[in-house]
Design a protein. Structure first.
Lengths: 268, 396
């Protein structure tokens, strides 16, 4: 259960701190450039999010289901670019860590060093690159490490046991437990793989374990957090932003926060 | 005799799946074990004489291999060259796609998969996949951009007749690129039971290498046949159209060590090598049409099969080292090439292959007297309705 690292980045310190005070971690995902997205970040922060994941829209989001695809297409039509998103992020005055989720071509096109520095300048502390698996991650991670950007690695249900230790050794911030076989999107029930994935990871690491993909409401967040240290919620947040705007995001985050907190109290 | 070409060797990528700087395996973590498993399974199968014999038997007795060479005496005389076609259009299902699909479907069965997923542009790979699935008793789901479903309705119906399920993809540009995205999303969700039969020399390692190996039968046959026809000589020029680039890699692979110019003809509206810069999409690093922010641009081509903003990584490698050239032709030149081959030789080519005809026509003043081998990778039956709407009822 020992980690080889003795110091942690801004995100990981924060999440480890939350965990040691028995707080379950809640990370909403918001598509950058979507109408009202900056207000949605503020609303999430004000209502109990521990960090926010900001998606940089991409033309070919292969890990995303219909809701986030639709949000990406809309943001792109409205003219969102990585640069415009970074510029707006600089104006956000929230006190929680900002994480960016982007497909690898966005990073590759900008150049690793330039992209890592752009994230720093925008006040972002961590990055998730869902189509950059362990074997291809070396050149990016090197530049990200230099710029103190924490690169969050994904762990998937298909990974054999011998692969997981290598994934958690390379992750920074937290390890992203992919909750199911499939793309992002809301599901009627939490997949059994969400719990089994979190269990497998908790056995081998003390890095915070967050479950994402298919965690669709407050109840499912509670279920995942019986084992996991926290959850990432994407489609259920983005759908509310698309349909009802930033206030609906705030209300939803508050609802999930309350559910997680009451669970923590009950567990004490 | 020393070669004027830098590279005379056909590369076998190592574990990093690279052809030079290109290729790799840029896939979601969920798919990494599946790609590793496939790499091992293909390696074992390719080196297993039982598998190879079974595949060769299918290629001979089902697909109709070897495909013949046809010399175009009329068009050759008109252009001042000796023009020879490799007749992949005569394969069962009407294109070269069957070569790779029979191999992949056999491999899927060997791996214990019950279902294959495929993407398709013009519908040729979809039809080939549906055919192989019907033959080998596999379930088959084909993703096709909604725009392509419209312009290739005949092939959609063929796939359905063969028992495949066809899903029209309405995201993005609603063409081949988006069909690949949707096929990958399906694969992420069903990876344990499904085999993704990628239709070209693209995608994550080992697909570009594996599909080239399955298509290398084209080049192997063609070189022997050409040598027989031309008294031991190799052609001066080998020409093929390039979208993802599987028919081109298939024929190029037979001539990589010959003193032969290799020409991959791209559509002007989808010239990944000609107009692209290196990028990463669909699991591979390769030349890619994209904007300054890395958003993949939509291709625009009259031919659904070439309407793709990327290209297989081995083509990017061959371009980067100067072993192959990648010129492009316009839709208008393609229409003229389509009509020209029909009129002069009585062969209606697929619109994809009409790109190669168009380049040869344009280039002919510079290659007078030379021997040119063109891969006629598919027949034009599927394009007749589309050409009718372009040319009118009496094409004259």
């Amino acid at each position: 259960m020992n980690t080889e690292r003795s110091s942690f980045g801004a995100l990981e310190s924060r999440l480890r701190g939350a965990r040691s005070s028995s707080r379950k971690i809640l990370v909403p995902y918001i598509t950058g450039g979507l109408t009202g997205w900056i207000d949605a970040i503020r609303a999430a922060a004000a209502n109990g999010a521990d960090a926010v994941e900001i998606g940089i829209p991409f033309s070919d989001p292969v890990m995303d289901g219909p809701v986030i695809q639709q949000a990406s297409e809309k943001a792109l039509r409205d003219g969102a670019t990585p640069t415009s998103i970074f510029n707006e992020l600089r104006t956000v005055d929230v006190q929680i860590p900002l994480i960016v989720m982007c497909y690898y071509n966005t990073v590759f096109r900008a150049g690793h060093e330039r992209f890592a520095n752009a994230l720093c300048d925008a006040g972002v502390v961590a990055a998730i690159v869902p189509d950059l698996p362990l074997e291809e991650s070396g050149p990016w991670c090197e530049e990200a490490d230099k710029a103190s950007i924490e690169t969050i690695m994904l762990a998937a249900p298909t990974a054999p046991d011998q692969r997981l230790p290598r994934v958690v050794a390379r992750t920074r911030g937290f390890v992203y437990a992919v909750g199911l076989l499939g793309v992002t999107g809301e599901r009627a029930e939490l997949a059994t793989t969400a719990i089994s994935m979190a269990t497998r990871l908790k056995k081998i690491t003390d890095v915070p374990v967050l479950v994402g993909v298919g965690v669709s409401n407050a109840q499912q967040a509670q279920q995942a957090c019986v084992v996991a240290d926290g959850v990432i919620q994407g489609a259920s947040v983005v759908r509310r932003l698309l349909d009802d705007g930033p206030d609906a995001v705030g209300n939803y985050v508050a609802e999930v926060r309350l559910a997680l907190d009451s669970q923590s109290i009950a567990a004490r | 005799m020393t070669s004027k070409f830098v590279t005379r060797e056909l590369l076998t990528p190592g574990p990093d799946g690279r052809f030079g700087d290109f290729g790799g395996r840029f896939v979601p973590e969920t798919l990494v074990p599946a790609c590793q498993e496939l790499e091992a399974a293909f390696d074992a199968a390719w080196n297993d004489t039982v598998f190879r014999t079974e595949l060769d038997d299918l290629l001979r007795e089902y697909a109709g291999r070897p495909s013949i060479l046809t010399e175009c005496h009329n068009l050759g005389a008109q252009l001042g060259i000796r023009l020879v076609l490799k007749r992949e259009d005569l394969n069962h299902t009407g294109s070269h796609k069957i070569n790779s699909v029979l191999g992949q479907a056999l491999l899927a069965k060997r791996m214990g998969k019950k279902r294959i997923i495929a993407e398709t542009g013009a519908g040729q790979h979809g039809v080939a996949s549906a055919t192989a699935a019907a033959l080998l008793g596999l379930e088959c789901k084909v993703y096709m951009g909604a725009v392509d479903v419209e312009r290739q309705s005949l092939n959609v119906f063929r796939m359905k007749l063969l028992g495949a399920q066809v899903e029209a993809v309405n995201s993005g540009s609603r063409t081949l690129k988006d069909a690949v995205n949707e096929a990958m999303r399906d694969w992420v969700a069903t990876v344990e039971s499904s085999y993704y039969a990628i239709g070209s020399v693209m995608g994550p390692h080992p697909y570009p290498f594996m599909v080239r190996q399955f298509q290398s039968v084209i080049g192997k046959e063609a070189r022997n046949q050409f040598n027989v026809m031309f008294d031991g000589q190799d052609p001066n020029v080998v020409v093929a159209c390039v979208g993802g680039g599987s028919n081109a890699m298939g024929i190029f692979s037979g001539f990589i060590d010959a003193d032969t110019r290799l020409i991959g003809v791209e559509p002007a509206g989808g010239a990944a090598v000609g107009r692209g810069v290196p990028g990463v999409v669909h699991g591979m690093k390769s030349y890619l049409m994209q904007d300054e922010h890395g958003q993949v641009q939509e291709a625009h081509s009259i031919s659904a099969g070439l309407d793709y903003p990327g290209v297989g990584p081995e083509h990017s490698y061959l371009a980067s080292v100067g072993r192959a050239e990648y010129p492009s032709v316009t839709d208008e030149e393609v229409i003229a090439g389509f009509q020209l081959l029909a009129r002069t030789e009585g062969i209606i080519p697929a619109l994809e292959c009409a790109h190669a005809v168009a380049w040869i026509t344009k280039e002919s003043p510079k290659i007078q007297g030379q021997t040119v081998l063109m891969n006629l990778s598919g027949r034009g039956d599927k394009d007749v309705a589309q050409m009718m709407s372009i040319l009118g009822e009496s094409p004259g």
